[in-house]
Design a protein around this ligand. Structure first.
Ligand code: FAD
Ligand code: SIN
Length: 555
């Protein structure tokens, strides 16, 4: 029974925030131990997972081995990966793929029935399992179907996590007072805040591509889990390592449309506006170099020529092969008036993946008891300074499994008894000022443009400092409005991308070297020792300069 004047309260063994591959795989495993509640802010399938194209990397071929998958991952990560963690994930790969097959994921197969394997940048072998060019959609659908059929799993669509809740806020004492025991969740349809309580809370909210004006990410990628964790005091790491995917379609009407790296894996090449191949001048692996190197090379070509894009050239490839392997991409290009197999396709880099995130250990535990993070939201040590293509989906299922095992051992805080709820909910904010929708929209655009213009592929101190001033000013304004206003999804997302923008800039300013995805003209070389950038609310950052304690005024 809900105490009077308290928000509606829902209790479960585990609360999962997010329904991409990480959240759903976790839910399926954790549901063996009790009720799991998945809240997701839009339709359940709406996630980056749903748009993944290239596939999921695993050393399953007799022509491949774990050592070379580990080596390729470390090479791409530019000295910042945690080798022990990478090895564990890589060695688990074939087993994790078997589990996906068990859910019915229909990976593409060769004529002899064997699994078809693609190649992408940075991989020295063919090891990318895929479902033609719609890998993510197939995985998302199968996992969702399995969750829907599971008696212990409930998925609440249109429920958006706003803030994490500590035990003390709901009347728990002792060690439980300091634990994260739930979240305030906005029901987008009723606009009411629901209090979700659980023995373990799992952030699986994906990335934050929407911090940038141009991104491959869907609209849900506003870094909500990262922001919630930071505001609650968790440690975040390596936020400067934003991965820009080299090849998003450059077309006035194309929003966030990726042309998979798997296309280059099948032989496509990059050419400039004069029709000349350029990647061999930039990297020994040429068109199949790791992503940081390809994005930087494209950036350099575009700056040198003054052109707005470069081109992917497939004209030398067999048209039937291209149409059979990439039917979705061919059809999408056709909708934009382009013949993918028959003419150069204009492409540009766009923000794609957050390699940093909420710091977690091998069991996906964050630095806050009771709180776990998995998938793109987490920083596990797998990706280092630059993620190897198609390792994200693998990392998500690997850490979903680790987290599910760890959560089984968590104490039971909530039995039949509900705590005394004192946490403010919808009522506490009802009647306050309405939001300022126009301002929100303008701030949203300005912030994303500043991040794009000043915190992109190539950085320098002067630009970063300009960005910090502008982003911080927006973040402070939005925080002030948010404290006075009724919670809305738009305002919450704007507050989150503004906070993430500021944290990305602070982390970038604090790394006095160029490594992986962080390239700064002030320090073109690498420091001899690789260190993580660690950031926590109210704690000054060590680095080239000691930055103001971030977020002291974040409420
Ligand atoms: P997501 O799949 O993004 O899921 C996040 C979930 O959290 C969503 O359900 C979202 O609605 C929900 N959510 C977010 N905020 C809240 C909130 N406040 N409250 C409630 N719910 C919330 N990686 C690969 O390894 N291989 C690929 O081929 C590949 N291709 C890609 C192609 C594209 C176009 C993109 C964008 C990414 C690609 N990636 C690929 C990266 C990979 O898809 C993602 O990193 C991965 O899917 C992330 O999974 P996730 O479960 O962590 O998050
Ligand atoms: C792609 O298909 O190019 C994306 C792969 C990835 O991000 O891992």
């Amino acid at each position: 029974m809900t105490p009077q004047n308290a928000p509606e309260t829902v209790v479960s063994r585990c609360l999962v925030i997010g329904s991409g591959i990480a959240g759903l795989q976790f839910a399926l495993l954790a549901a063996q131990g009790g009720p799991v509640r998945v809240v997701t802010k839009k339709e359940s399938r709406e996630s980056s997972t749903n748009y993944a194209q290239g596939g999921i990397a695993a050393a399953v071929s007799p022509l491949d081995d774990f050592a070379s998958h580990v080596r390729d991952t470390l090479e791409a990560g530019d000295g910042l990966c945690r080798e022990d963690v990478v090895r564990r994930m890589v060695e688990a790969g074939p087993r994790l793929i078997d589990r996906l097959l068990g859910y019915g994921v229909a990976f593409s197969r060769e004529a002899d029935g064997g699994l078809a394997l693609g190649r992408e940048g940075g991989h020295t072998r063919r090891r990318v399992l895929h479902c033609r060019d719609l890998t993510g959609r197939e995985i998302e659908e199968r996992l969702l179907a399995a969750c829907t059929a599971h008696a212990n799993i409930t998925v609440d669509e249109d429920h958006m996590g706003l803030e994490l809740v500590r035990g003390a806020e709901v009347g728990l004492d002792g060690a439980a007072a300091a634990r994260i025991v739930g979240a305030r969740v906005l029901d987008r349809r009723t606009r009411q805040v629901v209090l979700h309580l659980a023995d373990a809370v799992v952030l699986a909210t994906g990335g934050c591509g929407k911090v940038y004006l141009y991104t491959s990410n869907p609209d849900i990628a506003t870094g909500d889990g990262l922001a919630m964790a930071f505001r609650a005091g968790a440690e975040l790491r390596n936020l400067e390592f934003v991965q820009f995917h080299p090849t998003c379609l450059f077309h006035a009407e194309a929003k966030s449309f990726l042309i998979s790296e798997a296309v280059r894996g099948e032989g496509a090449v990059l050419i400039n506006h004069r029709g000349v191949r350029f990647m061999a001048r930039h990297h020994p692996q040429a068109d199949l170099a790791p992503r940081d190197a390809v994005a930087r090379a494209i950036d350099q070509e575009m700056k040198a020529s003054g052109e707005n894009c470069v081109y992917l050239d497939l004209r030398h490839l067999d048209r039937a092969m291209v149409e059979a392997r990439f039917p979705n991409l061919v059809a999408a290009c056709r909708r934009f008036g382009l013949d993918m197999a028959g003419e150069p396709v204009p492409v540009v880099p766009a923000a794609h993946y957050m390699c940093g995130g909420v710091a977690v250990d091998l069991e996906a535990r964050t630095t806050l008891p009771g709180l776990f993070a998995i998938g793109e939201t987490a920083c596990t040590g797998i990706h280092g300074a630059n993620r190897l293509a198609s390792n994200s989906l693998l990392e998500a299922v690997y850490f979903a499994e680790s987290a599910a095992a760890a959560v089984a051992a968590e104490p039971r805080l909530f039995g039949a008894r509900l705590p005394v709820v004192t946490a403010p909910g919808a009522e506490a904010t009802a009647g306050r000022a309405a939001t300022l929708p126009v301002v929100v929209e303008h701030d949203w655009d300005e912030l994303r443009r500043v991040m794009w213009d000043y915190v992109g592929i190539v950085r320098d101190r002067e630009r970063l400092e300009i960005a910090l001033g502008r982003v911080r000013a927006i973040r402070r304004t939005v925080e002030t409005v948010r404290r006075r206003a009724l919670p809305t999804p738009e305002l919450a997302e704007l507050a989150n991308i503004a906070l993430l923008g500021e944290l990305i800039v602070i982390c970038a300013l604090s790394r006095p070297e160029s490594r992986g995805l962080h390239y700064t003209l002030d320090h073109p070389g690498r420091q001899p020792v690789a260190v993580d950038t660690v950031i926590r609310r109210g704690v000054p950052l060590a680095g080239e300069a000691c930055w103001e304690a971030p977020g002291a005024d974040v409420g």
